[in-house]
Design a binder for this molecule. Structure first.
Ligand code: FAD
Length: 456
């Protein structure tokens, strides 16, 4: 059985769906086949914290520019759909309890602002500064961009009363917030289908190459699809699908989890932003606990100094109680398996990681609340920058390696791949997300000194 398609996309996660949307709706490409062996948007794209931000570090301004473009697109989708996917703009709040942390936060803030993420407003008890404008719980319009660096305990306490009185400073990043990833994906998919995109539930088995070009895509249920263009949007299986065309995709996978529990004590205000600890920390244990943990081979690391980045956000409306909690303490490369093996200790570890920043959460440690745990893979390149580009085989393209930022980035990266495919004019940031960057000796030098700060 042979079918014909102008484009075959392998993977209907947010990357594949966004690519299909841009090709069909914005570029008028016909006969697009979107193939996924699972229901659309059900693998990694169903597990995220659904948050977005334009506040990114360098080197260079490509990440900030790409995210600004992606958020422009998201805001456009929100306008045209009546905000069907509940885009908000509550912001990200980075929190520090240490003098050292203040310096680091300020340096990060200045860097991102300089790279184009927006103006930085300083609120200091001594100098006063501009009036701080809080974020509303819903909506995304008419709000300041950039970020507010608040170095004034009274102001912090007024707006974020759940934070510890030991907090010294916070950075409130304003072009940031969250949305419903499922509803965003469903909206883009619906639009794409209106423009003729066909979604099929099947497994891509092989890609046949002829004369140095993509020729056919073989599906597990039998059909062979004749096509000049194949897009690898296989998420955690990017490398395996790359092997179908003998192209090495230099990515690896890390398992990341998140735990949701009911904040029935109402510790966190329901209108809180996404709150992130900027401090490394050592967890508090009783003498007995410490002794037991130290003796255990699998858990003794819990008594050592642990990385920054524990974070939470409320999920649901004002009457809901759900709190999402995350803390990536042990990042290591793993082979992706579906479903992933989740660590039952994770909810407690994530909760403990938040207690310095929000001491009232300690009450929950006395009797751990029932938590809903899920997770998926961060598929990432060495320097944690994505791939959205042609591959070294005529007609083959890739979009992925979006680690912990694929929901926020897929609008711009889907657009970028669609521009590559239709040979449209490329944005300035295109080369930063091209596989060819690894062939540049200067880039290799840069990679040797790459920092990894401020990424969730
Ligand atoms: C715990 C966690 C929190 C996160 N938080 C955020 C966040 O706050 N903000 C954010 O922007 N991002 C976040 N992310 C990241 C985001 O979820 C991912 O970057 C994004 O979902 C990746 O999308 P994808 O389309 O590349 O992959 P996927 O959603 O995994 O889609 C890939 C698809 O390819 C299909 N596939 C693979 N191989 C084949 C084959 N041979 N044949 C057919 N189909 C195939 C799979 O079935 C799958 O459906 C988070 C991720 C995790 C795990």
């Amino acid at each position: 059985m042979t079918k014909i398609a102008d484009v075959v996309i392998c993977g209907a996660g947010i990357a594949g769906v966004a690519t299909a949307y841009h090709l069909a709706v914005r570029h008028g490409v016909k006969d697009i086949l979107l193939v996924d062996e699972r229901p659309a948007l059900s693998l990694t794209s169903d597990k995220s914290t659904e948050a977005y931000r334009n506040w990114w570090p360098g080197p260079g301004d490509a990440m900030v520019s790409m995210m600004n473009r992606s958020i422009d697109l998201l805001e456009g989708f929100a306008h045209e759909s009546g905000n069907i996917f509940h885009l908000n703009r509550r912001g990200y709040l980075y929190v520090t309890l240490t003098a050292e942390g203040i310096q680091d936060l300020e340096a990060f803030a200045v860097e991102a602002s300089t790279l184009g993420a927006g103006p930085l407003r300083i609120h200091n008890s001594k100098t006063g500064g501009e009036v701080y404008q809080p974020s509303p719980a819903v909506g995304f319009e008419g709000l300041p961009g950039g970020a507010d660096f608040i170095h004034d305990k009274q102001l912090i306490w007024e707006h974020f009363p759940y934070l510890s009185t030991e907090v010294l400073a916070v950075l409130h990043v304003r072009r940031a917030g969250w949305l419903s990833a499922q509803q965003l994906g469903a909206y883009l998919l619906e639009q794409a289908r209106k423009y003729g995109v066909e979604l099929v539930e099947d497994r891509v088995l092989r890609v046949q190459v002829k004369g140095g070009k993509v020729k056919n895509v073989e599906l597990a249920s039998g059909p062979v699809v004749s096509t000049p263009v194949f897009v690898n949007a296989a998420g955690p299986f990017l490398s395996q699908v790359g092997e179908f065309i003998d192209v090495d995709i230099p990515v690896y996978n890390e398992l990341h989890m998140k735990a949701a529990f009911d904040d029935h004590r109402g510790v966190i205000s329901r209108d809180a932003p996404m709150v992130i600890s900027a401090d490394e920390e050592t967890l508090e244990w009783t003498e007995v606990e410490r002794e037991l943990i130290s003796e255990d081979e699998d858990s003794h690391w819990l008594t050592s100094r642990l990385p920054s980045g524990a974070h939470f956000r409320p999920e649901g409306g004002p009457d809901a109680q759900t709190l999402l909690t995350l803390w990536d303490v042990q990042e290591k490369a793993v082979e992706p398996v579906v479903p992933p093996q989740l660590d039952p200790m994770y909810p407690e570890i994530a909760l403990r990681g938040l207690c310095k920043m929000v001491p009232d959460l300690k009450e929950y440690l006395k009797r751990l609340p029932k938590a809903y745990l899920d997770g998926g893979y961060y598929t990432r390149t060495r320097e944690n920058r994505p791939l959205a580009c042609p591959l070294p085989l005529e007609g083959a393209f890739v979009i992925g390696a979006m680690a912990g930022y694929g929901i926020m980035a897929s609008a711009a990266l889907g657009e970028l791949v669609a521009k590559h495919i239709t040979t449209d004019e490329l944005p300035d940031y295109a080369s930063t997300f091209d596989l060819q960057r690894y062939s540049d000796p200067e880039y290799q030098l840069l990679l040797d000194n790459w920092g990894s700060t401020w990424q969730l």
